[in-house]
Design a protein around this ligand. Structure first.
Ligand code: SAM
Ligand code: SF4
Length: 315
């Protein structure tokens, strides 16, 4: 459905857990998070009910995220339920890839169409520095397994962090030369753990274009500007939530793993959906979608108004 600024809101990002098997420095504290109790997390039935109500409000695409969605018990059943929902035509899942060797086949059978796999570095030491876990090889095996499974699309996501992985930008983009994968470089957002990081950590999409001038612009997918290397098979996307935010074309809402609707990632506004059913649930969703904020203010040097870390919101 349209919001009051005439944007077509059809995309739900649904967090199914705040737990994770990595501890990325920009996302989670080293000690992990105070984990929500099992009963605080949306059950499979609650998820199915929310997705069903969202579909009646015009949501057609669901991204399953977290925390790490593949550590959520019953993740395959959750994906199946979403796939069986009338009106949902696309299911994507965002993962760090570590558990894909175990789950890729079942995810495909459950109806997941697309995967986003986060991979911030191809260097074992840098990967360990960022994720605080020695798991680069597992993530690479996960990507390989997923590539063989025939998903509609696989995108590799890397958050650029100045002084940490920016020297690897070319190597990451080279992945599009080897396989038909799409690589997305995303600007670090000042939210949660990295809200007060120094400016040097922030690498803009513009500086990537300076570094790799042979990137040829081929279009946009709404969120990223798309490019290709001269001999690339897949696309390169530069996502600039900070330097050139995409609020005017934003098409999404979020639901946290404990059942709060977030109309905008960077706003503290949260609406509790738990305990709502049927028409009442649908009406709350409709109101929230209609009244989605026009834009966030991160470009003016503000830190995010979000009151949670990314693992708890669902990135
Ligand atoms: N665990 C899964 C993963 O890492 O793909 C899914 C959840 S994670 C929160 C989703 C995405 O958000 C990841 O690609 C991660 O790199 C990104 N992310 C987390 N914190 C971020 C930040 N401060 N700025 C930009 N991207 C961030
Ligand atoms: Fe876990 Fe994803 Fe956050 Fe990294 S970015 S700590 S993999 S939830």
């Amino acid at each position: 459905m349209k919001d009051r600024f005439d944007r077509d809101i059809h995309y739900l990002r649904l967090s199914v857990t705040d737990k994770c098997n990595l501890r990325c420095v920009y996302c989670m504290p080293e000690t992990g998070v105070t984990k929500l109790r099992h009963e605080d997390i949306l059950s499979v039935d609650e998820i199915a009910e929310i997705v069903g109500a969202a579909a009646t409000c015009g949501i057609t695409k669901v991204r399953v995220t977290g925390g790490e969605p593949l550590v959520r018990r019953g993740i395959i059943g959750i994906c199946e339920k979403i796939a069986q929902t009338n009106g949902i035509s696309e299911i994507c899942l965002t993962t760090n890839g570590i558990l894909l060797p175990k789950f890729a086949r079942e995810l495909k059978s459950a109806g997941v169409n697309r995967l986003n796999i986060s991979l911030d570095s191809l260097e074992p030491l840098t990967y360990n520095d960022i994720t605080r876990v020695d798991a680069l090889n597992d993530a690479l095996v996960g990507i390989d397994v997923a590539l063989k499974m025939g998903f509609d699309a696989i995108k590799i996501y890397a958050v650029m962090i100045g002084g940490v992985n920016d020297a690897e930008i070319r190597d990451l983009l080279d992945l599009t030369r080897k396989n038909n994968v799409n690589v997305r470089l995303i600007e670090l957002m000042p939210i949660g753990e990295c809200a007060d990081w120094a400016e040097e950590r922030f690498i803009s999409a513009k500086s990537v274009l300076k570094l790799v001038p042979e990137l040829r612009e081929v279009g946009t997918d709404g969120v990223s500007k798309l490019y290709m290397l001269p001999d690339g098979l897949g696309t390169v996307g530069l996502i600039s939530p900070i330097s050139s935010h995409f609020c005017p074309t934003c098409n999404r809402i979020r639901v946290t793993c404990d059942g709060f609707l977030k109309p905008c990632l960077h706003s503290g506004e949260e609406i509790n959906l738990r305990g709502l059913h049927g028409k009442e649930l649908e009406q709350v969703l409709r109101n929230a979608i209609y009244n989605k904020p026009r834009k966030h203010e991160l470009d003016s040097g503000e830190i995010s108004g979000a009151s949670r870390n990314m693992n708890a919101i669902g990135g």
